[in-house]
Design a protein around this ligand. Structure first.
Ligand code: FES
Length: 323
């Protein structure tokens, strides 16, 4: 995989889209590289005094020399959103060139876009691009309350009845099974939303025997079933006994403790960071989309970049890692 191209940059402006979603306009030094729909940029952040990186979807596909990202402030997060929200216009930043692991392939028959919460960020640009090309598509956008909707006005104006809003507080949920069943056989689905939404859609997609390649997704990599809490991890092979703090991932804690880890996406998608579980007396909160439901239930491995343990400790093995 190509290495990340970093450059310095400057935060040009911020704008609150909702009470907890803020839009950041970032100017990257050097030549501007346009971001295609679905692309993201990496941003240098500081978590508990140490440098780290976070990746955020680029909102829209503007070519005015600015990258726009929307960051949701998450109290339970590992600290990336708190850092971003602490920045004022004019702040210097480290910014990567755009990369795209969630590309939109134009020229297909029908598209169904599904966004949950802040998952609207990559799908916003996709919906506008599809509208521009006259493609057949629909966007279903779910949020907790109306006040939590971002970009809804622009989307409503540009998409008309191709947009449906689903407000959980008003008892409206996306009927993923019915929506998927109603799609033509060659339709493509693009989804970005919380893990339960993703899993429900993927399960139904698979059950109906639809082509896996037409199910495109991006995840937040951090939404679990249990609140994040500190937990202990032991690695007998390396003689390690480590406490993973609430605001740090298991992968980061292992790296800090000198365990030689392999990783790439750090969002629970590629599977490179997984380790075998020897035993646990807690509940493994699988937050990845790499393992199947069956693999998660079997509990043989954990995706260390996103998954955590709740209510106990875990013993891992590192058959092919040094430390
Ligand atoms: S680094 Fe990709 S799943 Fe963890």
């Amino acid at each position: 995989m190509a290495s990340i191209e970093w450059s310095s940059g400057r935060l040009r402006s911020v704008q609150d889209l909702t009470a907890d979603i803020r839009l950041f306009e970032i100017e990257r030094d050097g030549p501007f590289m346009p971001a295609a729909p679905g692309a993201h940029i990496n941003v240098g952040v500081e978590i508990a005094g140490r440098p780290d990186t976070r990746s955020y979807s680029v909102v829209g596909a503007d070519d005015d020399g600015l990258y726009r990202i929307a960051v949701k402030r998450v109290p339970q997060s590992r600290g990336g959103s708190a850092y971003m929200w602490s920045l004022a216009p004019g702040a210097r930043m480290r910014v990567s060139a755009p990369r795209n692991h969630f590309p939109l392939s134009l020229g297909k028959g029908d598209y169904f876009l599904v966004a949950g919460g802040i998952g609207i960020t990559p799908l916003y640009g996709m919906a506008l691009a599809l509208a521009e090309t006259g493609a057949r598509f629909r966007l279903a956008y779910a949020a907790r309350t109306r006040a939590d909707l971002a970009f809804a006005d622009v989307l409503a104006a540009r998409l008309g009845d191709r947009l449906s809003l689903h407000i959980a507080a008003e008892g409206e949920r996306i009927d993923l099974a019915a929506e998927i069943d109603a799609l033509p056989a060659d339709a493509e689905l693009y989804i970005c939303g919380p893990l339960p939404m993703f899993e429900a859609a993927r399960r139904h997609w698979q059950t109906r025997g639809r082509a896996p390649a037409r199910f495109r997704f991006e995840t937040f990599g951090s939404s679990g079933r249990y609140a994040s809490e500190p937990f202990r991890v032991k690695i007998p092979r390396l003689g390690k006994d480590i406490v993973v703090p609430q605001n740090q991932s298991l992968l980061e804690a292992l790296e800090d403790a000198g365990v030689e880890m392999i990783s790439d996406c750090r969002r629970g998608e590629c599977g490179l960071c997984t380790l075998p579980i020897l035993e646990t007396d807690g509940i493994v909160d699988h937050r990845d989309v790499f393992f199947s439901d069956r693999q998660k239930a079997a509990g043989g491995k954990i995706c260390t970049c996103v998954s955590r343990v709740s209510g106990g400790e875990i013993v891992l093995d590192t058959p092919d890692r040094a430390g």
